[in-house]
Design a protein around this ligand. Structure first.
Ligand SMILES: C[S@@+](CC[C@H](N)C(=O)[O-])C[C@H]1O[C@@H](n2cnc3c(N)ncnc32)[C@H](O)[C@@H]1O
Length: 240
């Protein structure tokens, strides 16, 4: 499926808002509170947001940022808020009666130090819908590099979480996308992605990471397909 961002990019062009589009990814460098009202209702399947939640890791991280929630809900009622243990209460308060479940993820090989001490789990507060039935606990271990961002989510976590929360070919919106981990997970798992980030240096990092992920996931060229199919022994396999 090829995703059509043209209505949104026309709005961005009109306002002179910087963006980068590559395949089924649209990355926007602006305040999400100004961009969310431009996104047509129903054009996104799930919002996955990892907002600043006040663990004081950077100047922008002084308090829980929940103002994005009402305009995001005008686009889709399927919303997931990711937070460390320190932010769960605020996430639940922010979504109120929309909260359906909380998926816990145990980080088995590292921990963070925040306002309430050490923590080695992450919470995804699921609002407005029930994703495919699965246990509401998962675990992950960090094995790769972390990007240059004060509070990135591990790709090992997001690459497991995104397919739990979405279906193949869905479009995911992350209104506070930082270094673009949600976007990288979407590329790896075949979801379209719209990311918004206010700080230009993080936007640039997100762009580089997503472009690198897309490069690694390039579809097989038609002329290479027979050889590839023979090697895989699976002629119906999706090339992505
Ligand atoms: C917790 S970080 C997200 C980290 C991201 N999940 C990652 O893995 O890199 C929250 C991000 O929200 C961004 N942000 C804060 N206020 C924003 C706003 N009004 N619009 C868009 N982005 C915003 C911050 O610059 C920061 O990068």
């Amino acid at each position: 499926m090829s995703f059509d961002f043209s209505t949104l990019t026309a709005e961005l062009d009109q306002r002179g808002i910087a963006y980068w589009q590559s395949g089924e990814v649209l990355l926007i460098n602006h305040d999400c509170l100004a961009v969310l009202p431009l996104i047509p209702a129903g054009s996104v399947d799930v919002v996955i947001a990892d907002p600043p939640y006040g663990c004081d890791k950077a100047q922008w991280d002084g308090r829980f940022f929940g103002e994005w929630y009402p305009p995001a809900k005008d686009i889709t009622s399927h919303i997931v808020i990711i937070a460390g243990s320190a932010g769960v209460a605020d996430a639940i308060r922010c979504a109120g009666a929309d909260v359906v479940d909380v998926i816990a993820a145990w980080n088995t090989n590292s921990r963070t130090r925040g306002a309430i001490g050490f923590s080695n789990w992450l919470a995804a507060t699921v609002c407005g819908y029930k994703p495919r039935q699965q246990q509401n606990i998962m675990r992950f271990a960090i094995c790769g590099d972390m990007p240059d961002h004060p509070a990135p989510k591990p790709i090992e976590y997001m690459a497991q979480l995104v397919p739990r929360l979405t279906d193949d070919g869905d479009c995911v919106l992350d209104p506070v996308c930082g270094s673009g981990t949600t976007g990288v997970a979407c590329v790896k798992t075949g979801r379209a992605f719209i990311g918004i980030e206010i700080h230009e240096p993080f936007y640039q990092i997100a762009k580089q990471r997503i472009a690198a992920a897309q490069h690694k996931c390039l579809p097989i060229r038609a002329e290479d397909a027979p050889l590839w199919q023979m090697a895989q022994g699976d002629s119906d396999r999706d090339a992505r």
